[in-house]
Ligand binder design. Structure first.
Ligand code: IDC
Length: 496
């Protein structure tokens, strides 16, 4: 490893001061009471493993065992004792694409550690392996059934989502939908925790009249077996046009216990759509945000924390329920797990993508947080563990630019963001790795930051901390680098 950063070397002189400070300051101080207790607890883990995700807000939330069967009163989802209920949780990706996350251990952790009270089971109807195209109907129904059963055992509400997308008009597969919902509502007629979402995102030329026609046929099918279940109806334009539904909602018996879906992706959908949500709810429409992401509408791209926080603040203020897309380790911004994380339960903060870290902060905190606060908060327990090992503290700022090389591989990273949270200073680095030699399949190098620090987040690499060094190795998708090729957006956040 070659270090061409002289500024960081000067920081070594500060180590003595840092060591003294270590006795009195708990590193990147935990941001909540729980983690504060953890950092002080005897026998805290000595390893550099990221801490398990811990529920931090102990305010009781509504679950099937406390709120029972839900119903809709006015615009509000309501528990069996008449109390207002807000559901917050996660959606699977396509069940047939990522079935591994439907397992009892993980669903139980969603309830107890993530502080979620709902999981949405997304079953694509037309995309590859879709229920109405080339998918195996029996095994897809089994996946949905397993998901509902795991949710029931975990004391979570479950949404069965008929995930239309490329089949833009729900009328297209209405016959299959009738059979599916008839079977599902019969299977779960005794459950108090199942919600039916009958068409994910109508789009294209599908208008509200088409959706009403579809809903008017599907809702009675469900009601035959599960007369009191809450049913969510999608709205035109990928479930954005709640104004159309508000102007002409379902009426009579069919309109009872019905909610209308609004979906958003925070980097694409901004104030205009937030206004639509407010107006619809203020106008009396019960709205459920059954899917959202904090990146752009492709499910990938830039994360817009500011917009995401505004959405959360608005939904919380209206007591609107919301569900985040998606449970997968796919290499896309809306996946909640990092691409190199192959776990299916027992996740730690290190396993979470940026959206995952943000969501965990929102769910555990109970209140909207700024992006930076969320990052710091979600990683608080990691910081606590690391600080016990002494890998922490420098009063000085780390270098704006750091470089390292190993053989023909070179890496340069710059600070792209820094902020203060709970008395600690956080620095976000983003770097590019270049292969100046012949093709390689796998790489690693060591970056010296000159003084101990705490690693609070990282992406597009495997990272480990050794004293004041940060070791970075490839992940599967950036292992192979041809001659002259580079891998970008290898990033990490440290706290001093
Ligand atoms: C996306 C997935 C992506 C998958 C694609 C299939 O994230 O991995 O390849 O579907 O077409 C929606 C949809 C949801 C989309 C998501 C992101 O409900 O299925 O998932 N999105 O594009 N509506 C708006 C965004």
């Amino acid at each position: 490893m070659k270090l061409s950063n002289t500024k960081t070397r000067t920081m070594i002189g500060l180590l003595a001061i840092a060591a003294a400070l270590l006795l009195v300051i708990a590193g990147c101080a935990p941001t909540n009471d729980n983690s504060a207790q953890e950092s002080a607890a005897p026998g805290a883990p000595e390893s550099q493993e990221s801490a398990p995700i811990q529920e931090t807000d102990k305010t009781p939330i509504a679950t099937p065992s406390t709120a029972g069967a839900l119903h809709v009163e006015g615009t509000q989802l309501t528990g069996e004792h008449g109390e207002a209920v807000q559901l917050r949780g996660v959606s699977t990706h396509g069940l047939s694409w990522f079935p591994q996350y439907v397992n009892p251990e993980f669903f139980s952790e969603l309830r107890t550690d993530w502080n979620a009270n709902v999981v949405r089971l997304a079953m694509y109807t037309a995309e590859s392996g879709g229920y109405c195209t080339d998918g195996d109907k029996t095994s897809l129904k089994q996946l949905v059934t397993n998901g509902v059963n795991a949710a029931t055992d975990a004391d979570l509400y479950a949404i069965i989502d008929w995930h239309i997308l490329s089949d833009s008009n729900p009328l297209q597969h209405i016959d299959e939908a009738k059979v599916f919902f008839s079977e599902m509502s019969a299977t779960f007629s005794e459950n108090n925790n199942v919600i039916y979402e009958i068409c994910n995102e109508p789009n294209g030329s599908t208008n509200w009249a088409d959706i009403k026609a579809y809903a008017s046929e599907i809702i009675p099918v469900i009601r035959t077996n599960s007369p009191d279940a809450v049913i969510v109806v999608g709205t035109p334009t990928w479930s954005q046009d709640v104004d159309k539904a508000a102007a002409d909602p379902l009426t009579g018996e069919i309109g009872e216990n019905v909610m209308y879906a609004l979906h958003f992706y925070a980097a694409t959908h901004q104030q205009d759509l937030r206004n639509k949500l407010s107006l619809a709810v203020e106008g009396g429409l019960p709205v459920f945000v059954t899917e959202f992401g904090i990146c752009d509408a492709s499910g990938n791209g830039r994360i817009d924390y500011e917009s995401a926080d505004q959405w959360v603040a608005l939904m919380d203020s209206l007591n609107v329920s919301y569900i985040c897309w998606n449970l997968s380790n796919k290499n896309e911004a809306s996946a909640l797990f990092k691409p190199d994380c192959n776990k299916t339960s027992g996740f730690t903060e290190d396993d979470l993508s940026a959206e995952g870290v943000w969501l965990q902060g929102v769910l555990s905190g109970g209140a909207p947080q700024s992006a930076q606060g969320a990052i710091a908060g979600a990683n608080a327990t990691t910081g606590a563990t690391d600080s016990q090992q002494g890998t922490t503290l420098s009063a000085d700022s780390p270098a704006q630019s750091v470089e390292a090389s190993e053989g023909a591989i070179s890496f340069t990273a710059n600070v792209v963001n820094s902020w203060e949270a709970d008395g600690n200073r956080f620095y976000q680095y983003s770097g590019t790795l270049t292969n100046n030699g012949s093709s390689v399949n796998g790489w690693q190098l060591t970056l010296s930051l000159g003084a101990p620090f705490t690693l609070t987040d990282s992406w597009n690499g495997r990272f480990s901390v050794a004293g004041s060094d940060l070791q970075i190795a490839n992940v599967e998708y950036n292992a192979q680098l041809g001659s002259g090729a580079s891998a970008s957006d290898i990033g990490f956040i440290i706290c001093t």
